[in-house]
Design a protein around this ligand. Sequence first.
Ligand code: SF4
Length: 65
Amino acid sequence: MKNAYPDQILCSIAEECQEFEHIISAMGYGYSLLNVSPDNFTRKCSDCVNWLGSSCNIFQSEIGE
Ligand code: SF4
């Protein structure tokens, strides 16, 4: 399924979002297993547990303005 939103939007909203949680982190493995730090992730909404196919309320209110 294609993303309906440009990466630039997904990244800029996630950067400022307090609720961001990466899907890999949320699976409970933590970051160390992958030998990467959270800083190395591209932080964007489509990698967030709250994304849910763009139905995240925070995301929707951010782009709805
Ligand atoms: S998907 Fe929602 S909760 Fe996750 S970073 Fe984007 S706006 Fe924040």
